[in-house]
Design a protein around this ligand. Structure first.
Ligand SMILES: NC(=O)c1ccc[n+]([C@@H]2O[C@H](COP(=O)([O-])OP(=O)(O)OC[C@H]3O[C@@H](n4cnc5c(N)ncnc54)[C@H](OP(=O)(O)O)[C@@H]3O)[C@@H](O)[C@H]2O)c1
Length: 258
């Protein structure tokens, strides 16, 4: 059986990605902090699809989080076919006001844990000439984002890192895909302290976003932005000066400020 690690599987896009892997009969290591949610999902998916599912309770904002994930995989004796770096969160507010500790935790989850897990699982994939990495970035990675400056910067890292990796890996049998969702209906906005705006009516559901990422990963595509509007915004953002794009992003975030 092929096996996959999915981080941030307790809700939203990660939960939908876990369902897609399960339907294709992958054994799964589901990573998050919410043990109850992980156990329920593990029971549901293993019962429904006859796969083995390990809930891995790990806090990826702690530097030791990725090692705990690798240890869980090693003790199960599994070889990883797919690594899904999806766990992440944002924080709304001016950088001068947001708690530094929380911003550093965000960098740890969105950037450092993603990089650490990739480095842990990649050598085995390259040696076996088989593997897929799917990193979840955001359309936020395409421009600077005042009032969410650290979040946007973490996602710019994920886009740049994943694309560079995808080119490095050409010819190895291993692929790297970066998924860049726009606004998606999940627990993300409440966790980031954002209020709903009229823009949220245009938000996508988590399932089609996950499906777009999953199929792009299976095809070995380097990058995917789900949704026509998000694709257009991505092109538009590249066509204007970066400070203009940053001002537009600021206006958008001001509307979301509670
Ligand atoms: N929703 C959007 O509009 C949107 C748009 C673009 C990109 N994204 C990206 O999509 C990814 C998934 O987010 P989502 O929208 O599905 O939001 P979500 O429903 O809030 O899910 C976030 C997931 O990340 C996990 N997570 C957060 N902090 C963690 C930590 N310290 N250790 C381990 N796991 C942690 C959460 O699990 P626990 O809380 O159980 O730990 C949860 O499973 C994120 O990388 C996000 O930046 C979201």
């Amino acid at each position: 059986m092929p096996a996959a690690v999915v981080t941030g599987a307790s809700s939203g896009i990660g939960l939908e990605l876990a369902r897609l892997f399960a339907a294709d009969r992958y054994d799964l290591f589901l990573v998050a902090r919410n043990e109850t949610a992980l156990r329920h999902l593990a029971e549901d998916l293993s019962g429904r699809h006859g796969i083995r599912v390990w809930p891995v309770v790990a806090d990826l904002s702690r530097p030791e989080g990725p090692a705990a994930v690798a240890a869980a995989v090693a003790s199960a004796g599994s070889e990883m076919t797919a690594l899904i770096n999806n766990a992440g969160f944002g924080l709304l507010g001016r950088f001068v006001d947001t708690p530094l500790e929380r911003d550093l935790e965000m960098i740890q989850v969105n950037v450092s844990a993603l990089t650490d897990l990739t480095r842990r699982f990649l050598p085995g994939m390259v040696a076996r000439r088989r593997g897929m990495i799917l990193n979840v970035a955001s359309t936020a990675g395409f421009q600077p984002g005042p009032l969410m400056s650290v979040y946007y910067a973490t996602k710019a890292y994920v886009v740049s890192f994943s694309l560079a990796l995808s080119v490095e890996l050409e010819g190895t049998g291993v692929t790297s895909t970066v998924l860049c969702p726009g606004p998606t209906r999940t627990a993300f906005h409440a966790a980031a302290g954002m209020k709903g705006t009229r823009m949220e009516r245009l938000a996508m559901e988590a399932e089609p976003v996950a499906r777009a990422g999953y199929h792009a990963m299976l095809r070995g595509r380097k990058m995917v932005t789900p949704g026509t509007l998000n694709k257009l915004l991505a092109v538009g953002t590249r066509a204007v000066p970066r400070t203009w794009a940053a001002r537009v992003a600021k206006r958008r975030q001001e509307k979301r400020n509670k």
